[in-house]
Design a protein around this ligand. Sequence first.
Ligand SMILES: Nc1ncnc2c1ncn2[C@@H]1O[C@H](COP(=O)(O)OP(=O)(O)OP(=O)(O)O)[C@@H](O)[C@H]1O
Length: 733
Amino acid sequence: MAVVQTIKERCQTCYSCIRNCPAKAIKVVEGQATVVEERCVSCGNCVRVCAQKAKVVDSRDMDLVKGFLSSDQTVVIMLAPSFPAAFAGVAADHLFEALLAMGFAHVEEVTTGVQLTVPKYQELLEKGDQECVIASYCPAVVGLIEKHYPQLISYLAPIDSAVTATGKYVKKKFPNAKVVLAGPCIAKKEEARSDKRHIIDAVLTFKELKELFSQAGIEVPKSKTEKNVGENFLPRLFPLPGGLIKNLKLVDGFIPELASVEGIDNCLNILQNMSQGKVKPRFIDILFCQGCIDGPEIDSDKDLLTRKALVFDYAQKKLNNPARKLPFLDLTRTYSDQSRQLPYPSENEIRKILKHTYKIKPEDELNCGACGYNTCREKAIAVYQGLAEIDMCLPYLLHKSRGEIEYYRDRLKKAVTPPSHYLDAIIGESEVIKNLKRTVEKAAKSDSTILIQGESGVGKEMIALAVHNLSSRRNKPFIGINCAALPELLLESELFGYEEGAFTGARKGGKLGKFELAEGGTILLDEIGDLPLSMQAKLLRVLQEREFERVGGTSTIKLNVRVMAATNRDLRKLAQEGKFRIDLFYRLNVLPISVPPLRARTEDIPLLIGHFIEKLTKDKNISPKIVADETLELLLKYDWPGNVRELENIIERAIYLTEGNVIREDCLPPHVRELKGYSGQTIKPIKEAVREIEKQLITEALKATKGNKVMAAKLLGITRVTLYQKLKEFNLE
Ligand SMILES: Nc1ncnc2c1ncn2[C@@H]1O[C@H](COP(=O)(O)OP(=O)(O)OP(=O)(O)O)[C@@H](O)[C@H]1O
């Protein structure tokens, strides 16, 4: 059982623990971030950063200690040397008395272990057999090396930590005693539990010790008038950064051969560099925290400097007692390689996983870090390794939920809209539109597959929606999918869904495809001309057999969906070129509907303009506008390559630029306004004409943005610097 536990109800999937875990030992399963024991080094960083308090330290040892104390066993407590920082304002002797009052038979300071181990280090360094020595006091660092940097194991000093050494000393002095440690460190719990020699019987954090005092109703008096309880100065400095170096009486840590490194980032950095052979100090004391006074469970509201002063103060005061003679103890220690290699994906597998969250091109990888991983690739690798879930991507989830909101908004709208509305919404009185409406009504009465062809923006999707909403399937879903927008791999799972475990990163429980989501309703396969050939074969099979399987699935699902397809490409021509299957074309073209381009029905333009002005001004809650005659003349002259969509966009832009109630021609884009030039304007050199247009556009942009140059440059699609140059050039400043 891991030392750090997760309270599931509190975990809000903020991924802060993933972001801050130095061992990448957090695994997300169904949105819950839990600790992977084999990878965890019990540093407690996740406990520290979890704002929801969902990560907690396993407190079983508290019950264990209570059990020891209520039995007739001798129980000895060892105090980590950072205790003056944890019990600020409490005199050491009062603390010891309180511990004795709680039932401990004896209090031993871990400084004893420091005194015992320091000579061993001195001996090791003097002998010089080990080319590089990493001090073994910090259990989080030892854990990191054993689990994540096994190539450094041979550098670890084969010497017990000060805590274990103190434990051995206590066990020698009180052979049958239960030995309890109280300290600021979570990793010490793990060190004691995994030590097969069973030297320490229980580990309390300072926080837990304070809780025990409170449960026992013992209040430790706050006073500084302590009796003489100490004997040695240097070991008491041990919990401070560089404390070991001072105890070893080495010059200091400034030279690379003899160094001390503190803090999570420095610690990881040095371990990384050492494992890559970039540095090899003769001796190094690596501490995960900023000294033990910064331990995760120190339970102090004092800043680091004050904690340092408290420890220093305690060390200085106690110099009067004569030094004890400590016994010889065997303090040798061994280590084991506990690293577990996680599987590593190939480049192809990484790309496949990225595709599932719509990261197709490198620029799609936003590396926003919201998932807790620094990059999208790192997260994809974690998905492959089973540590992360594919859905853990904020941009992807936002994209998806926006789609869902649109879907439900649409359903809601439909519920309150009469079917006839969908026919009335197709604006136009031209003969072609009248015919089209008649076709739509006929198509709605049948259930045949429809192929809607027409240029981009002519209203193909609108026609499809009208057919659906007039048909008997109107109360079932209308689902659209753009076949050109998704890569082949994604398209298949989007259309047909997938089973759990169908591929790496597949969501638990699988996923419904669009065909299943559209059950009983209609599916519109938009841009069908861009469907990859392999998918064309699959789709043909589905249309012929009226059944399909999910990706990775074996059971057959019956198709109860009306299929419509739309394209702006000439499918027959594509088929002749071998880019579209002719058999699929025939399957789709059962009921063909052709939507003519806007230029073929110019008589509808005024109606459409009126419709868009009404709709847009209503939406934006602004006063209605009318169109000046010369503006309308230009709009009728234009040949509308982007069809109705382009008309809608131009009207929207004009409404935005119009100051009064009349849309004048200067609110139209230059390429439409230019049409006027062909009939009347004198011919002039192109350069001059371009300058004139540029000047006009800049004036317009500044007018529209009320002189805001940053916005104007944005509107014009040029940089601010270019805008300033042009303003100077045209004397517009
Ligand atoms: N006759 C019409 N009456 C009112 N609005 C229309 C009409 N035709 C098209 N529109 C509007 O024009 C826009 C484009 O229409 P739609 O998306 O249906 O075109 P499309 O042919 O499917 O385009 P694409 O080929 O790019 O997918 C939509 O906002 C639609 O509401």
